[in-house]
Ligand binder design. Structure first.
Ligand code: NAP
Ligand code: G4F
Length: 330
């Protein structure tokens, strides 16, 4: 039985990935932070087979302990402060968790494998780093591939660039089996309500049910390459099953604006978005990422990976799930 340790187990991807790995026959451990983490119950309910271990990406000893307890074949580092807007307000903490957290985990792996600073690590524990299309930021070309220059536009993006390159560096310096998945936006009913897709699907449901009348948005012209999280975690797993470690762009290859997402979501319940959406300039970001669109051809060719859920399916899935969540219980 293979074993995996996942950081960020309480997040959208952690819950999808742990489900996928349990289904593949893995024994899965998840790193849980804090003494009263309110999401513990959610993970226990959704993925009861996962064993939760205490730890925090800002505390290296806790990472070493978690590795010693779980003895994983594969580590998936999904833990991060992942909300871009918050990264301007808590930039130092973002750098510490999202950037240095990856370095701490890589060093913890070297520590438990008994390697020295100058020595090469046996490619024992395989490592996956959750890199992000946010690293492309003010994108130098469209679409973006593994060869596109990075130009991050937020403290979050900058922290992810550090985590990405330290992963590449540990692969090159110590021979570690370390991969980065450069994932474009992926969503679904488990998406946090602070992100724009879920904010829209939730508001659409509440407006349809008569619980609210309107919602606010910031920059509705921003374009993203949106896919379904359940599809994307399969690519993470596939990367660690290859002969050689490498980095891969994961996305659909199609982009849509926030405006289009809202249009589709309101239309799905028979409403006109223009009657319910107000623009709030306070929601604009200090520096915006205007257009992200993936070139996932390397992942298609090398991993045999392709997304299954279309943009239209994704919007419908999220709105339908929120109609169910928001419907007053009898
Ligand atoms: P998410 O739902 O925001 O989950 C983030 C996870 O990180 C949570 O489990 C959170 O735990 C954990 N975390 C936060 N601070 C931590 C700390 N100090 N120590 C340990 N864990 C900590 O994010 P997601 O959407 O699942 O994304 C997973 C990863 O992929 C993240 O690294 C994200 O940056 C990256 N990514 C996401 C996307 C996307 O579109 N979803 C695209 C590219 C890359 P708590 O619940 O305790 O806060
Ligand atoms: O949904 P968002 O907050 O996601 P963003 O910034 O693209 O980041 C997400 O995807 C990244 C991958 O590229 C991940 F690495 C990251 O962790 C996260 O998962 O915003 C999407 C777009 C932005 O351009 C934003 O300005 O939507 C625009 N937007 C317009 N109104 C809004 C809103 N975003 C939010 N969150 N809330 C609004 O009201």
């Amino acid at each position: 039985m293979k074993r995996a340790l996942i950081t960020g187990i309480t997040g959208q991807d952690g819950r999808h990935l742990s489900e996928h790995l349990v289904h593949q026959g893995y024994r899965v451990c998840g790193l849980l932070r804090g003494q009263q983490n309110p999401k513990r119950a959610l993970v226990e309910r959704e993925v009861p087979d996962v064993e939760l271990l205490d730890g925090d990406l800002t505390d290296q000893v806790s990472l070493i302990n978690a590795l010693q307890k779980s003895r994983p074949d594969e580590v998936y580092n999904l833990g991060a402060m992942s909300f871009v807007t918050l990264s301007w307000k808590q930039s130092e903490l973002t750098g510490n968790v999202t950037g240095l957290g990856a370095l701490r985990m890589l060093e913890a792996i070297r520590n438990v494998q008994g390697s020295t600073l100058s020595g090469h690590t046996e490619p024992g524990i395989k490592f996956y780093q959750a890199s992000s299309s946010e690293m492309f930021g003010r994108a130098h070309e469209v679409p973006q591939s593994e060869r596109t220059l990075f130009h991050p536009r937020s403290p979050y993006g900058v922290a992810k660039v550090f985590a990405h390159y330290i992963t590449v560096n540990y692969r090159e310096s110590y021979g570690m089996f370390a991969c980065s998945g450069i994932l474009f936006n992926h969503e679904g009913p488990r998406r946090g309500p602070e992100f724009v897709t879920r904010k829209i699907s939730r508001s659409v449901a509440r407006i349809k049910l008569g619980l609210e009348d309107s919602m606010t948005l910031g920059n509705i012209e921003a374009k993203r390459d949106w896919g379904y999280a359940g599809d994307y975690v399969k690519a993470m797993h596939l990367m660690l099953q290859q002969e050689q470690p490498d980095d891969y762009v994961i996305g659909t290859g199609q982009s849509h604006s926030v405006r289009e997402f809202a249009e589709h979501a309101f239309a799905h319940v028979g409403l006109d978005w223009r009657k319910h959406v107000r623009i709030d300039t306070d929601l604009l970001r200090p520096a915006e990422v205007d257009l992200l669109e993936a070139d996932p051809s390397k992942a298609r060719a090398a991993l045999g990976w392709a997304p299954e859920v279309t943009f239209d399916d994704l919007v419908r899935m999220m709105v339908d799930a929120d109609l169910e969540n928001e419907r007053p219980k009898a």
